[in-house]
Design a protein around this ligand. Structure first.
Ligand code: GDP
Length: 598
């Protein structure tokens, strides 16, 4: 069979520009799906994904389209997650396509996310079909959007297709363009099986379902297959395509996009980007582009109630079966007890996992301040990866520390350039490029340390621009930086839970903030307590808590005895939850207040 009549493509768009609406229209137009089914499909989607307006798992769909030339084509639409945390998944899905529809809201114009997504598609050499959507809106400015295509994205304006996904305008033009402009898949003629896994989901009844794109050869039930990354072999139980329901097929051939079920127990057996081949007649080399997924952000997650430790572990295990990018390891902290060190692709991924633990598993958890991963070269030449301040070697043993960087695209109204520039400087960033988008907006391209944008960058950018700014970023490697470990000493005793890796120039400010916070949450003791932020044995910030003078019952003089007893009892109870650090006892509550990241 030939692949001449197959077209594999995805839709890339900034959030809210109309990707979902257009996908639905394409399915309707090709009669792949009825309106009723559509609602069912919507209900299937995870609540959380819908709330956040993002898709995390890609759901490919096969459509049949009878084109104007009278020929019926097989179109495979691959959905892509809409967030930078999942950019590796986006890249692997795009690598399974030959073309992409680039959707731009004609009333909004090019946005930050449009840039980042387009970069990914261009890296894969995809044919780009620009679509200007929402032309039904009075505010739509097709000419201006075309100009932006040329000026900002270097895409010829005449290629753009005006459309309204909502009103069904331009849908046929888009389908015709997919058939005419997107090249058919190229079959490698040695007939050896090469299929790339671009996503996988876990089903409680059927195990792992891998989404694959076949590049050469065929996949059939009962065939023995091998995965390159793990070198494990399996027998194919079932294969098929999505129409959009999973529909069994006798075989998948070169050019096909579909699914394979093969007795895998957990999502990390079918690694995204891995190559699947026949185990008796394997291809020699894997398809290019596979990377082991590396978590970029780490945080400790602890049960609020320590008796929930085992339940938390079970819940995390269940989440991991379906999400190989989430990692966790037991860890214990003198302050928070037993918990887990967890790795995430980014902040959104972290938020999703925490939220799922709360909603789906009813877990009450505390998470510690998020931190990034550092590359460390020791003076003896040894290379280390450090995600936890306590594993950072002594300063004199460190030759160099490198921190992860991101290329950030920030689109803002021109009058805020100055404010954004100072924010970028404050966050140790560098402006690399400025581009005028139209008479009111500019796009700033900056390089920033990931650690600096983790917590409040987006919020501050949004509030500075009164909500008119938008941003997106992509990872762009590691850069040497003067990072140091900062310890917090409470009454001369280091309290590990508060140690952090910070930039040397920021240690003082951060140390002062933390000391100040601690001063408010640590109760007075019978002696003066010094709180010190310390870098390499040198104190960079300090606070003191004065000694307690009053008896706790003092204010009850004249009061009734039962109230006095109650107070004493309360004090006793509080003591039970105290952690002892040298001479000082700190209530659990204090740690939670300081570490909790709300
Ligand atoms: P996504 O985030 O890219 O998937 O965007 P959606 O498809 O969810 O669309 C975002 C919003 O724009 C929804 O309220 C849609 O109804 C609306 N929308 C999508 N396409 C059009 C269009 O062509 N015209 C108008 N006026 N609204 C549209």
């Amino acid at each position: 069979m030939s692949t001449e009549l197959t077209r594999n493509f995805s839709i890339i768009a900034h959030i809210d520009h109309g990707k979902t609406t257009l996908s639905d229209r394409l399915l309707e137009y090709t009669q792949t799906i009825t309106e009723r089914q559509q609602q069912d499909q919507l209900l299937d989607a995870m609540d959380l994904e819908r709330e956040k307006g993002i898709t995390i798992k890609s759901h490919p769909v096969a459509m049949k389209y009878k084109a104007k030339d009278g020929i019926t084509y097989s179109l495979n639409l691959l959905d892509t997650p809409g967030h930078v945390d999942f950019s590796y998944e986006v890249a692997r899905s795009l690598a399974a396509c030959e073309g992409a529809i680039l959707m731009i809201d004609a009333a909004q114009g090019v946005e930050a996310q449009t840039m980042a997504n387009l970069h990914l598609a261009m890296e894969q050499n995809l044919t780009i079909i620009p679509v200007l959507n929402k032309i039904d809106l009075p505010a739509a400015d097709v000419e201006k959007s075309k100009q932006q295509l040329e000026d900002i994205l270097a895409i010829p304006a005449e290629e753009a297709i005006p459309a309204s996904a909502k009103n069904g305008i331009g849908i046929e033009d888009i389908l015709e363009a997919v058939v005419a402009r997107v090249p058919p898949p190229v079959d490698n003629d040695d007939n050896l099986l090469r299929a790339s896994v671009f996503d996988s989901i876990y089903d409680a009844f059927r195990g792992v379902i891998s989404y694959v794109r076949v590049f050469s050869g065929t996949i059939k039930p009962r065939q023995r297959i091998k995965l390159f990354a793990t070198d494990k072999t399996y027998e194919v139980k079932e294969c098929g395509v999505f129409t959009p329901k999973m529909t069994k097929r006798d075989e998948l051939i070169a050019g096909d996009v579909g699914y394979v079920i093969a007795n895998m127990k957990s999502a990390d057996e079918a690694k995204i980007g891995d190559t699947l081949t026949d185990s008796t007649h394997p291809c020699l080399e894997a398809l290019p582009g596979y990377k082991e997924i590396q978590p970029m952000v780490f945080s400790g997650i602890y049960p609020v109630d320590s008796s929930d430790y085992e339940n938390l572990k079970t819940a995390m295990g269940k989440l991991q079966i379906n999400d190989a990018a989430f990692t966790f390891m037991s860890e214990s902290s003198s302050a928070l007890g037993f918990g887990f060190r967890c790795g995430f692709l980014g902040l959104l991924h972290m938020e999703i996992i925490q939220e799922r633990l709360r909603r789906e598993f009813n877990m009450d958890v505390i998470s510690t301040y998020p931190s990034v991963i550092y590359e460390v070269t020791r003076t003896n030449g040894e290379e280390l990866i450090v995600d936890n301040p306590s594993f950072l070697p002594e300063a004199q043993e460190i030759e160099e520390i490198r921190e992860p960087m991101v290329r950030t695209f920030i689109m803002v109204p021109s009058e805020y350039i100055g404010d954004i520039m100072s924010l970028v400087m404050e966050k140790r960033g560098e402006l690399t490029h400025t581009e005028t988008i139209d008479d009111t907006r500019v796009m700033l391209t900056c390089e920033l340390p990931l650690a600096e944008i983790l917590v409040d960058f987006n919020d501050r950018m949004k509030s500075m621009t009164r909500g008119y700014g938008s941003m997106d970023y992509e990872h762009c490697g590691y850069r040497a930086a003067k990072m140091v470990k900062m310890d917090m000493l409470i009454a001369q005793e280091p309290v590990e839970a508060f140690s952090t890796i910070v930039h040397r120039d920021k240690a003082e400010t951060y140390g002062r903030q933390l000391a100040n916070k601690l001063k408010d949450v640590i109760p007075q003791q019978l002696f003066v307590v010094a709180i010190q932020a310390c870098v390499g044995g040198k104190i960079v910030a300090a606070e003191r808590i004065s000694a307690m003078r009053k008896n706790v019952t003092a204010k009850c003089y004249g009061g009734d005895i039962s109230r006095k007893r109650k107070l004493l009892e309360k004090q006793k109870k509080g003591k039970e939850k105290m952690k002892q650090f040298g001479k000082v006892s700190i209530p659990q509550e204090a740690f939670i207040k300081v570490l909790k990241n709300d």
